[in-house]
Design a binder for this molecule. Structure first.
Ligand code: GDP
Length: 365
């Protein structure tokens, strides 16, 4: 029998075992737009069935790209740059050109100069050992920058195939869907969702010249905060629209809690204002540094949430990162959450879940 693939996630369809990946009821096989039951449920009921493919399986699939000809489009989430980084990409893709695309630009405050973001991405990529052929910002969701991205891809691919790679939740499927929609007018061909790990196998999108764009499975990166949160909390921390800073005038020895996910201590320095750029729905609580530990113990999972419910136990412990900031206007970036702009020289500490990257960058504004 010819192998049938789910048009949502690319997995091979089977009709034998509903408990195994790729199951579709036999009656659905005649559907023109065949999807596996997992994608069907996700689309129609917004309900996710767990994925049993491990990170190693995903990496094996990506490893296969090494021997093929073509170029690579690597998608990162600009709000989770480190959390959405695939390390060692150059090792398994060989010497192919890599176009680095930062997605979710629609969330950046309008006051931010996009060139500064692109330059920051270039610097971070270089630090992580990657020299991309080019770096672009897009909003796959809103379509911003997509025309330019497609033109760049067409130029770089030079008549060859295109492999789109990225960690889960970077918007890779949204990006691919946008391309498919442009080409065919079809909406939502590939399953997208809030949940990491939606695309299961390689999906082929044929191009006019006999070549193809390949959507690869999302890589699960343990440094992504998203993996430790349930659906409700993940929705809450994921910004939906342009970030608006929350401004706090702080004295030394004051602390801010960003829900129960991160804590910012202003240890020493002149009174000044601090700008917090996180999802507008995340609540920020201010307290005295001296009371901060006790407040956390008493209120984590409740007033200090997310995490809430079962996620409280799943969330790795908070780890302290201290920074002595000498310049004016520095962003402390908490991968997957957002950033805090420190405007004056000061000593500060950020506590974030173990594994979640916390770094400094010159302010984008
Ligand atoms: P994948 O796991 O990398 O394939 O990611 P998805 O395409 O499923 O997207 C993950 C989440 O990010 C979903 O909640 C999307 O709605 C959201 N998303 C994707 N692209 C964008 C974008 O350009 N802007 C914003 N604000 N959200 C996006």
């Amino acid at each position: 029998m010819e192998e049938l693939k789910c048009i949502g996630c690319g997995i091979t369809i089977q009709t034998e075992d509903p408990k195994i990946e790729g199951y579709a009821p036999p009656a659905s096989l005649t559907n023109e737009d065949l999807v596996c039951r997992r994608c069907f449920r996700l689309r129609n009921y917004n309900e996710l069935q767990p994925v049993s493919l491990t990170g190693d399986d995903f990496l094996d699939i990506l490893n296969g790209i090494g021997s093929k000809e073509g170029m690579v489009v690597k998608i990162v989430d600009i709000f989770d740059f480190n959390g959405s980084w695939i390390s060692g990409l150059h090792r398994f893709v060989g010497n192919k050109d890599i176009l680095l695309i930062g997605n979710k630009s629609d969330l950046l405050p309008k006051s931010i100069n996009p060139n500064k973001v692109v330059n920051w991405m270039k610097r971070e990529a270089n630090k992580l050992g990657l020299k991309p052929a080019d770096v672009l910002l897009v909003s796959a969701f809103k379509g911003h920058g997509m025309e330019e991205a497609l033109q760049k891809i067409d130029r770089l691919r030079n008549g060859k195939d295109v492999y789109v790679v990225g960690c889960t939740n970077t918007g890779k499927s949204t990006f691919i869907n946008h391309i498919i929609k442009g080409a065919t007018g079809a909406n939502e061909v590939i399953t997208t969702s809030h949940f990491p790990g939606t695309t299961l196998d390689i999906v082929e999108i044929p191009l006019d010249d006999g070549k193809a764009i390949y959507d690869t499975p999302g890589i699960i990166n343990d440094h992504q905060i998203a993996h430790y949160l349930d659906e409700k909390d993940l929705k809450l921390i994921t910004p939906k629209s342009e970030l608006k800073p929350k401004v706090f005038q702080l004295n030394a020895e004051q602390t801010l809690y960003v829900g129960g996910l991160a804590r910012f201590d202003f240890i020493s320095g002149e009174r000044s204002s601090f700008l917090v750029y996180v999802s507008n729905r995340l609540e920020i609580h201010r307290t005295k540094l001296a009371n901060a530990d006790a407040l956390y113990e008493k209120h984590k999972g409740a007033m200090l949430s997310p995490p809430s419910g079962d996620s409280v136990e799943k969330m790795p412990e908070l780890v302290r990162h201290e920074f002595s900031i000498k310049e004016k206007k520095v962003d402390i970036v908490i991968s997957g959450l957002g950033w805090i702009t420190v405007q004056e020289p000061s000593v500060v500490a950020v506590h974030a879940p173990r594994g979640v990257n916390v770094i400094l960058r010159p302010s984008l504004i």
